[in-house]
Design a protein around this ligand. Structure first.
Ligand code: CMC
Length: 431
């Protein structure tokens, strides 16, 4: 952040207040209002943070107009095409692409932490069998602070590092266990000879009774889904993690808070909601009815998997996933699946409809990820857990950045109070 010598002038009741303007390396200038209340006695009002930068960060940048997503400066399509998830994890956590030796060491460290404390198996068994895997994950990740208390001290840099590694390594194991538990199958231990994505498929789909070989094309598609979801600037769940950690809460509790926020259908829960919507539409001839509902102001229905707060041109993650979806569907021989026909036709219809064109509503990452995950054999309830495990590296990188910042302060928004003014308590017999 650099001072620009530019200032903004705010005039209230004839009195002017000069506000410094900062220039980022990319993106619009930012007016610094930190001293506004002390100087002018007013707050600013921005529910939903549509015009407010909540922090400074060097990790991820989105240009919504251009449809660009950069991690530490590298475009997401290059990372998805040439790199792989663990290399991107290193990049997000430490700031640069690793050397071959650094990558090998990092992969070894992650691999050594993939198992969970054996007593966690008992903890899982406390949940109802039909619990949604996201409900289980919120609980189990929060409980990591009980199982891994030796890496929960946020003031110790070594413990912070161990917490990052443990979270990235164990989240696939926890997500797979949540799935296995929900379908009544035995937990499958991680295999350290497999790569990160292949190991996750193994933990989800293998059973002790028979041999399971991971298809390398499916492992590559899985890895790409992880990579495309790795981080996404100051979205709702990341901001939740930052706000939770601003109080000094331990990293496991903060990531559990992020998972809870991600679950909502306007955020990470959209991939499940999108597939459920495609099922509800059912056949291509019913698409006009649902398009009409999405456009009707009096109907709360929205096309799930469409639209984005920041992207107003295209979602670059969706572009990569669309291609991946074609590859996976062809490999699995399911490209004539009726659900996929509905998805393709819905996409085509919406992209040519003036309502969606005018409001700049495009398919987002959740539209295509659901289609691929469905084809791979995941139930819809696992879509958001997969998003959560992929995003853990983004959350923990942003957490690490924030904790390491000497300017870190507890997050404490103000409000526009519209309630009653002070009134006197009435005894119950007089009300
Ligand atoms: N279907 C129909 N209309 C829509 C949709 C949609 N999916 N999305 C936005 N609109 C309309 C909305 O009704 C509003 O119309 P008007 O200006 O007439 O009131 C206008 O477009 C702007 O919408 P908004 O709600 O003010 O925009 P937002 O930036 O607050 O919301 C969003 C962004 C992603 C929550 C929203 O587009 C949405 O609900 N999409 C469906 C859920 C979804 O797919 N979420 C996943 C987002 S990507 C993954 C992630 O980052 O989590």
């Amino acid at each position: 952040m650099s001072d620009t010598n530019k200032t903004a002038t705010l005039t209230i009741d004839g009195q002017s207040h000069e506000l410094p303007i900062f220039s980022p390396t990319l993106g619009p200038d930012v007016i610094d209002i930190r001293k506004l209340y002390a100087q002018a006695g007013v707050f600013t009002y921005d529910p939903g943070f549509t015009s407010t930068a909540s922090c400074d960060s060097t990790i991820t940048f989105i240009d919504g107009g251009k449809g660009e997503l950069l991690h530490r400066g590298y475009p997401i399509d290059q990372l998805a095409g040439k790199s792989h998830y663990l290399e991107v994890c290193f990049l997000l956590l430490y700031g640069n692409l690793p050397t071959a030796k650094e990558l090998e060491d990092f992969e070894t460290r992650i691999t050594r932490h993939t198992m969970v404390h054996e007593q966690m198996h008992n903890f899982f068994r406390g949940f109802r069998r039909d619990a949604h895997p996201m409900a289980t994950m919120v609980g189990v990740v929060g409980a990591m602070s009980a199982f891994y208390a030796d890496s929960a001290d946020v003031n110790d840099p070594w413990q912070r590092e161990v917490a990052c590694i443990r979270l990235i390594a164990k989240l696939p194991t926890i997500a797979a266990m949540a799935y296995k538990y929900s379908i009544g199958q035995p937990f499958v231990y991680p295999r350290n000879d497999l790569d990160y994505a292949a190991n996750f498929l193994h933990m989800c789909f293998s059973v002790p009774a028979e041999e399971y070989n991971v298809d390398p094309i499916l492992a590559r598609a899985m890895d790409r889904i992880f990579t495309l979801h790795a981080d996404h600037e100051q979205n709702a769940s990341t901001s939740t993690v930052r706000l939770a950690s601003s109080s000094g809460a331990n990293p496991f509790a903060c990531i559990a808070a992020g998972i809870a926020c991600l679950w909502g259908p306007a955020h990470g829960g959209a991939n499940q909601a999108c597939l459920e919507m495609l099922r509800e539409i059912g056949t291509v001839d019913r698409i006009p009815e649902f398009i009409a509902r999405a456009k009707d102001k009096d109907d709360p229905f929205r096309l799930m998997g469409f639209g984005h707060r920041v992207y107003k041109n295209t979602d670059p993650r969706a572009k990569v996933l669309k291609q991946s979806a074609d590859e996976v569907l062809e490999l699995l021989g399911v490209d004539d699946n009726p659900l996929l026909q509905v998805a393709k036709e819905l996409e085509h219809t919406a992209l040519n409809d003036p309502y969606f064109i005018d409001k700049k509503l495009f398919p987002n990452v959740d539209f295509y990820s659901g289609i691929i995950l469905e084809a791979m054999g995941f139930p819809t309830s696992m879509f958001t857990p997969i998003f959560a495990l992929s995003r853990t590296v983004g959350w923990i990188s942003q957490w690490k950045e924030m904790i390491g910042d000497p300017q870190n302060k507890i997050g404490r928004p103000r409000q526009l109070y519209l309630g009653e003014t002070e009134r006197n308590y009435e005894d119950i017999e007089n009300r």
